[in-house]
Every structure is written in structure tokens, then in C-alpha cells.
Write a protein that binds this ligand. Structure first.
Ligand code: ADP
Ligand code: MG
Length: 386
């Protein structure tokens, strides 16, 4: 585990100066999967795993950055032309610096030391945690404070332009704007976000990383997006005002769904029902109704598996094992699919035995040990005052 104290000590040893320390969390999406690019709703929470950025301003315009996790360093000169898509972690740092400079004003150079407890590539968005912690550090030491929505948008633009990943806004939004004891209901069409209380006394969120990633993910993602667009085109004959599947209600789908070819109909059903489920989970959380939250998680998984067809054997197995454990209120795959993690709602009194059973059974059947994390809903990015 990395902590801010040891990061400060390491910074002082390396650079002989006192840094300021900033942090931004990873995230898990509780529900609302494959709804973002359909203009719909997502409901992530920030997790208790952070990326820390220790930073001190320099007198020139260089950003010298080192990652403790990778034991690698790089340098960016803001006075030189920008570099894009090197294919390394520096793209995230350069991206966020250049976008912030373009959107928010001239940055000072900086020495940066970055260290993270967010596992990379597990679907917990270590990339957003990196962008947001570095973005916050650069703007703060340059005395150009920025509101958190604009910081999130800068992180997203960095991924689009400098990394080449066409990501939605969810990851950066929750990393920047999360609030302890709350999930964030984000309307992906207009970027309105609402804090929804989520601090169950008797239950916890458990994240199980399947440790697999199937190659299908990228090509199938593009296919799904195209299928959703086709559904909109066909349904527009009956519902002329719709722009995205977000605009199709459950009643609309029941009326007109029969006009869609079978595969497109299944994709459409997932998106329409998942949007409805996401709003219903937000409502359940407001009422502390965790049984209902759990029930909707299982339905979401079944829909992703059977209608949207983005699950895989390993994720299905994790959900199935969880479903057979006493004390598991709900379980579903989270993230794009074809590997990555599941998210589970588990009664605290059963926590240890549930984790033990999922770990044991999954390893027995797949021969891979899953990584399992427990987390409450954490605060979004902030400065740490030691
Ligand atoms: P995810 O965001 O789901 O963890 P991504 O592939 O989007 O997966 O981002 C992971 C990448 O982000 C890593 O391969 C690395 O380039 C970069 N990254 C994340 N955290 C760090 C870190 N602490 N130090 C250096 N690079 C990091
Ligand atoms: Mg990412």
C-alpha cells in the first residue's frame, strides 16, 4: 500500500523540496452499463483506492514526472510542440497538461511523483485517477484553480486526443466529483450529476477482478454501438423525435420493439431496461432499500449476458458463485465486459466467508486467483494536507 507520507518522504529525497500532495480515486460502476453512449444514465461510486500526485512548481516550463508503480520517468517541455499517442503512460500526463493549458491558462513547470493503489487494467479506472490527480496538481501549483467538472472534461479530452481512447465521461466525472457515502447518478446526455446517498451500515461493495481480458472487447464494442444506432434509425419511423436509445421508454419498446430484427431488439431491450434499472437503483438507494438494489444488479447481469451479450464465462461464473453465497444481495459484471471485474453487494456479517468462497471456487474452476477488493463510497479528488 502506498501512502501520502511515504510519497512525501520520497519526493523530498529525490528533489530536495517540499511537495504538495493531491489524490484522485478509482471507481466502480454500480449499475448502468453500455448506457453512456446511448445518452443514458450511469451510477458509479469512487473507491477507497487512490492515485497520489506529489508536486512542486519549477521555474521553467518542464514537467518532470516519475511513476513509483512503474519505476519510470519522463519529461515534457510545455514550450515545445506537443507529442501524442506514444503508447505509454506519459500520454495521460502530457494530455491532461496540454488540454488544461489550452482550456485554462498557462501552467508552471512541475516536478511530479505519482504513486497509485488503484490496480491498473482491472476496470477500476486507474487512468482517470492518474489524469485527475495530475490535473489537480498542475492547476493548483500553477494557482489556476479549476472547477471539478472542467477538470473531468480535461481528463476525458486527454484520453480522446492523446491516448486515442474514445471514453465516455463517467470515469473522470466520478474521480473528480465523488463524495464519501454517495454514488453519483450521471445523465450522460446533459452531464447533470446528482449525489445519491450510499452508506449502508450492514453491507459493503466487493469488487472481484476476474484477471481475464478477452480480445473481443474492442470490436464488439464498436458493433454494439452500431447496433444501437440501427435500432434508433428503425424506431424513428414510429417515434420521430428520438435521437438516442435514451429517448425510448419501456412502454415505447413494448409497443414498437417487434419491428426490430431479433438481435437489434435484444440490444435495444438491454439499453432501455438498463436505463430504467439505473434510475430505480438510485431511488432504492435514497430509500436504503438494498434488497431492491441487489435484485436489480442480478437482472442487470442477466441482461448483459443474454441480451447485450458482452459477458463471458469467467464473469458469469463469478456472479453465479456469488449468487449462491449467503449474504450476497446482488452481483453483476461491471465495465465494458469480456473480462474485467464484477461488483457485488454483500452483507457485512458474511463478508469474510463470501470473499473466501468466491476466491476458492473461481480458482478451482478457472485456475486463476481473482483479486478481491472491498470498498465504501469515497470522496473525489482533493489535496491532502499532512
Ligand atoms: P484502467 O483505467 O481500467 O485501469 P486503462 O488501460 O484505461 O485501464 O489505463 C491503464 C493505464 O494507465 C496504464 O497502462 C498506464 O499507462 C496508466 N497508469 C495508470 N496508473 C498509473 C500509474 N500510477 N503510473 C503510471 N501509469 C499509470
Ligand atoms: Mg481507463
Amino acid at each position: 500500500m502506498i501512502n501520502p507520507e511515504s510519497l512525501r518522504a520520497e519526493f523530498q529525497t529525490r528533489y530536495g523540496r517540499e511537495p504538495r500532495i493531491f489524490r484522485a480515486p478509482g471507481r466502480v460502476n454500480l449499475i448502468g452499463e453500455h448506457t453512456d453512449y446511448n445518452g443514458g444514465f450511469v451510477l458509479p461510486m469512487a473507491i477507497e483506492h487512490d492515485t497520489f500526485a506529489a508536486a512542486a512548481a519549477r521555474d521553467d516550463r518542464k514537467i518532470r514526472v516519475r511513476s513509483v508503480n512503474l519505476d519510470e520517468a519522463g519529461e515534457i517541455d510545455l514550450n515545445q510542440p506537443e507529442k501524442k499517442m506514444r503508447g505509454s503512460w506519459l500520454d495521460f500526463v502530457e494530455g491532461v497538461a496540454r488540454v488544461l493549458e489550452r482550456e485554462n491558462g498557462k501552467l508552471r513547470g512541475a516536478d511530479l511523483l505519482v504513486a497509485s493503489n488503484v490496480p491498473t487494467g482491472a476496470g477500476l479506472s486507474s487512468s482517470a485517477a492518474l489524469e485527475i490527480s495530475v490535473g489537480l496538481a498542475l492547476t493548483e501549483i500553477s494557482r489556476l484553480p479549476l472547477d471539478k467538472v472542467r477538470l473531468a472534461l480535461a481528463g476525458q479530452a486527454a484520453e480522446h486526443e492523446f491516448v486515442g481512447a474514445r471514453v465516455g465521461i463517467m470515469d473522470q466525472f466520478i474521480s473528480a466529483l465523488g463524495r464519501k457515502g454517495h454514488a453519483l447518478l450521471i445523465d450522460c446526455r446533459n452531464l447533470q450529476a446528482e449525489q445519491v446517498p450510499f452508506a449502508p451500515k450492514d453491507a459493503a461493495i466487493v469488487i472481484c477482478d476476474s484477471k481475464v481480458k478477452h480480445k473481443l472487447a474492442a470490436s464488439e464494442y464498436n458493433t454494439r454501438r452500431a447496433e444501437c444506432e440501427t435500432a434508433v434509425e428503425i424506431l424513428r419511423e414510429f417515434l420521430p423525435d428520438i435521437e438516442q436509445l435514451r429517448d425510448v421508454s419501456v412502454a415505447d419498446f413494448e409497443h414498437y420493439g417487434e419491428h426490430l430484427p431479433e438481435t437489434i431488439r435484444k440490444r435495444c431491450r438491454h439499453v432501455v431496461m438498463e436505463n430504467e434499472r439505473t434510475l430505480n437503483v438510485a431511488e432504492a438507494l435514497r430509500e436504503n432499500n438494498y434488497t431492491e438494489f441487489g435484485r436489480l444488479m442480478f437482472l442487470s447481469h442477466a441482461s448483459l449476458r443474454d441480451d447485450y451479450e458482452v459477458s463471458c464465462r469467467e464473469l458469469d461464473l463469478l456472479v453465479k458463485i456469488a449468487g449462491n453465497c449467503t449474504g450476497v444481495l446482488g452481483a453483476r459484471m461491471t465495465g465494458g465486459g469480456f473480462g474485467g471485474s464484477t461488483v457485488n453487494l454483500v452483507r457485512r456479517e458474511n463478508l469474510d466467508e463470501v470473499i473466501e468462497k468466491i476466491s476458492f471456487e473461481y480458482e478451482r474452476q478457472i485456475r486463476i486467483k481473482p483479486s478481491i477488493y472491498t470498498s465504501g463510497a469515497a470522496d473525489g479528488a482533493s489535496e491532502i494536507i499532512l
